[in-house]
Design a binder for this molecule. Structure first.
Ligand code: A2P
Length: 216
C-alpha cells in the first residue's frame, strides 16, 4: 500500500552531534584558509579555476546544506537498489537510534568537493551495505567510501564526495602517497594531482554520531 511505499527514507546514516559538527566545520575552515595561502596551492590554482591567472577564494568555494552526516545507505525513498533489504537488516534495526563514535582520519579537498574520511570500526561495518562492493571499485575494502560531505562546489551534487574519496583511496592503494607539501597543525598535507589535496590527521578525530535516517 502507499504507506509501505513511502516508508523508506532518502538515506540511512550517522548524524554528527551538534557540538562536534561545529568543531569539524572549524577544522575544515582552517584548512581552507591555510591552503589558500600556500604557494604549492597557488602553483596548481588552475585545477580549481581552469585559468592559472584567476583568483579563487576557497572559503567561499564550497557550500553545504542539511545535517552533517556519514551516509551508510542511500535509499532514495525505496527507489535505490537494495534499499528495502538494507532497512530490514537486523544490524540496522538493532543500531537504529543509537550513538556511536566515528573516527575521522583525513580531510580532503578536490575542485568538486570538501570531505572528511571516516574509518569504520568492525562493528560499524555491519551497518555498511553489502551491495556497494558491486560498485566501480570492487578491489577496495568495504567501507572505503565512508565520509562526511563538508561542502560541494557550485553545481556539484554531494554524491560526488564519496566518488572523490574512492579515487584518493585507489591512488593510495596503487602506492601513491601524494607529494608531501607541508606539515600543518593537524598533520601532513599532500597533493595527489588534479586538484586533490589530502590532510591526514595525525590524531584521528573522534566524533559522536547518531545512527538514524533522513527523509528530506
Ligand atoms: P554524501 O553521502 O556524499 O553526502 P541528495 O541531497 O543528493 O539527495 O543526497 C542525499 C544524501 O545521500 C547525501 O548525503 C549524498 O551524498 C547521499 N547520496 C546521494 N546519492 C547517492 C548515491 N547514489 N550513493 C550514495 N550516496 C548518495
Amino acid at each position: 500500500g502507499p504507506l509501505e511505499e513511502t516508508s523508506l527514507p532518502l538515506f540511512f546514516g550517522w548524524f554528527l552531534s551538534p557540538t562536534f559538527k561545529d568543531k569539524l566545520k572549524g577544522m575544515a575552515e582552517d584548512l581552507l584558509k591555510t591552503l589558500g595561502t600556500l604557494d604549492a596551492f597557488k602553483k596548481h590554482l588552475a585545477d580549481f579555476t581552469g585559468e592559472a591567472e584567476k583568483e579563487v577564494n576557497l572559503e567561499q568555494y564550497f557550500h553545504q546544506t542539511g545535517p552533517l552526516h556519514c551516509t551508510t545507505k542511500f535509499c532514495d525513498f525505496g527507489k535505490a537498489e537494495g534499499a528495502k533489504e538494507y532497512a530490514e537488516k537486523p544490524s540496522v534495526k538493532e543500531w537504529y537510534g543509537r550513538m556511536t563514535e566515528l573516527t575521522l582520519s583525513a580531510l580532503f579537498i578536490t575542485p568538486r568537493t570538501l570531505g572528511a574520511r571516516v574509518t569504520l570500526s568492525q562493528e560499524q561495518l555491519e551497518l555498511w551495505p553489502d551491495d556497494t562492493k558491486a560498485e566501480s571499485t570492487p578491489d577496495l575494502p568495504a567501507g572505503s567510501r565512508a565520509h562526511v560531505t563538508l561542502g560541494c562546489a557550485e553545481g556539484v551534487e554531494p554524491v560526488q564526495t564519496g566518488l572523490d574519496l574512492l579515487e584518493i583511496i585507489q591512488l593510495q592503494q596503487q602506492g601513491q602517497e601524494g607529494e608531501k607539501v607541508q606539515d600543518l597543525e593537524l598533520g601532513p598535507l599532500a597533493y595527489y594531482g588534479k586538484g586533490i589535496w589530502v590532510l591526514s590527521l595525525s590524531e584521528p578525530s573522534l566524533v559522536p554520531a547518531l545512527f538514524s535516517s533522513y527523509y528530506g
